[in-house]
Design a protein around this ligand. Sequence first.
Ligand code: IVH
Length: 737
Amino acid sequence: MAGATTGVDEIPAEVRERAATLARELEEHRFRYYVKDAPVVSDGEFDALMRELEAIEEEYPALRTPDSPTQKVGGTYSTDFASVDHLERLLSLDNAMNEEELDEWDDRLVRELGTGTFHYLCELKIDGLAINLLYENGHLVRALTRGDGRTGEDVTPNIRTIAEIPSRLRDDGGHDVPELVEIRGEVFFPIEKFDELNERLVAAGEKPFANPRNAAAGSLRQKDPRVTASRPLHMIVHGIGARRGFEIDCQSHAYERLHAWGLPTARHNKVVDTIEEVKEFVRYFGDHRNSVEHEIDGIVIKVDEIPIQGRLGATSKAPRWAIAFKYPPQEVNTKLLDIEVGVGRTGRVTPFAVMEPVTVAGSVVARATLHNQQVVKAKGVLIGDTIVLRKAGDVIPEILGPVADLRDGGEREFVMPTTCPECGTELRAMKEGDIDLRCPNARSCPAQLRERIFYLAGRKAFDIEALGYETAAALTRPAAGPSVLATEADLFDLTAEQLRDVQMWRKVNRKGAAEDEKELVPYFWSKATYDKEGNVKKPSEPKANTLKLIEQLEKAKTQPLWRVLTALCIRHVSDTTARAITGGFHDLDRLGAASEEEIAAVDGVGPIIAGAVVEWFAEDWHREIVDKWRTAGVRLAEEGADEEKPPGLLDGIVTVVTGTLAGYTRDSSKEALEQRGAKVTGSVSKKTDFVVVGDNPGSKYDKAVQLGLPILDDEGFAVLLADGAEAALAWVAERAG
Ligand code: IVH
């Protein structure tokens, strides 16, 4: 019992240290077990550590403090959000809204420091939540939210659930971890995981989040850290606060050290010499905001050299050595006025949002698809809600979620209709368990017919320019008696006389009416003609656009077979699939008589497509379309098709095209490649031989760079088409050298 009366100071140092290590490890294991649900030791190992600590405390009771793991009952963790001062203030950033303002900031720096005396560190501005981590002797002792910059809220247990935030800094070998360091960073919620979270919340009867940033904040603001542990939060480091025993010359070098200690640093940071290069970085990520896993609201530019940062100092609010270049928002709030449903070409009934028009990412948006009733439910949006709408560049607008806190009780739930909004037929799921509902009246539902006509006239099918959406609608509208077209079977029998009778609608200002008093009036497709009372008069003879349509229909009859096949609107048969099918069947009649196995034997055609083709031809009214088109003179076979094809210049070469190429449309570049035997696919993989990149490329370009694939611009593309793959590879090598 020698130690019974021993004071802490008299206990041998190695015993004290061992007890402290055991206490820390036990605490860590307990946290992993109860909160993260991811233990790394067995119960037996845990018990052995606990017994060792108990034995030490038995011998030296002074070590048995109330916060020792031997005195605590495990499993009750709760975040208390206590207010705690940051050791060093968290400043905010001044903004530059455009390149001129960036230049003004740079001018001030250059005036003060002279050119060439410093470097610019460019970083992405992560749209998340600032957090300040305090590490003492390599151990994470506290995590605070930003708060007002001086005082934050203690969220340590929650932060400890984030897998990539180390509870202990890894000793990087060369440098000891410092005695003390504050690490600042941004906690974020990955965009890709956001829908999943809202779906889970709504299913559990909880309020969904409006956007990923709110999801990050809400996930950190949990009393029970096990809830935070269930959310896929991430963090990226972007600064250092107070420090002891940590000397740094440049911020970028400091990040390297932090990375070596196991902290999550950014992948995209770049140090550059000139403001022009800064602008290039700003422009590049302005175009590639969507290729990053988190939302970016700008670029942060910092003077890299720490002593110069010190010299420049800060205002009361923000440092002079850094600035945030802000991008225009990709997210806006608007009102969800209604949810309507549309009927597509294949009869699929899709709910879509009708919103108060808003400008987002450079265009006015008033509608956004909601895909199906399950998506509406999963997003948790109610009609009347204020919602967050996201439009990432040229990507389709998407509703992220409702701002649930702004609800006033007047909102109502969307109810999926049970009958077709256009023809009244009862809606059905194709198969049991299908989420999508369809209108089974494929032949005569005016909506389906209109969408089919519009599609078959499109660039990927017959390519009939004079047959746009309004015309397709007018030709299929049953309002005044039967529509001009009962089905697409009659398309090539249209006469100028029939077209003269087609009525359309348009918005006009009657004489003397105010600018915003537009009204819908009918007019004849060939020309608006009115009598003295302002009533519509039929034109006496066909006008120019009527004749243009007739002429273009005539020309369409000789389109290649794959275009005819695409125009038939068979499920799963896109233009690419149609090209594959006509590679094996050069005659529509032979295709119609073929079995599923025969069709599936064609390269690039699977059993699902083959099944859909056979099913399509089994329908009488479908075969009638083929028969009537044939009678009208549509070419249904490829001439000389059965002759052996000479080997193409690009046989077996797999290509991907992204962006706009000078002198080509999306289709014509594809055609040029396919004519030479190349395969054109939609996604970049290790199997891709060449990625052809035009102006404004998408994320495929980034993927190609990542995989180190040969990339061709307009010039390289011309080489590939003219001289083949080897010449194109030589062109790439020459450019790289
Ligand atoms: S540096 C003294 N770098 O933006 C410099 N901040 O609007 C302070 N943020 O409070 C910040 N990404 O939470 C910096 N790469 C980045 C950032 C970043 C996001 C946040 C940060 C800051 C806010 C200022």
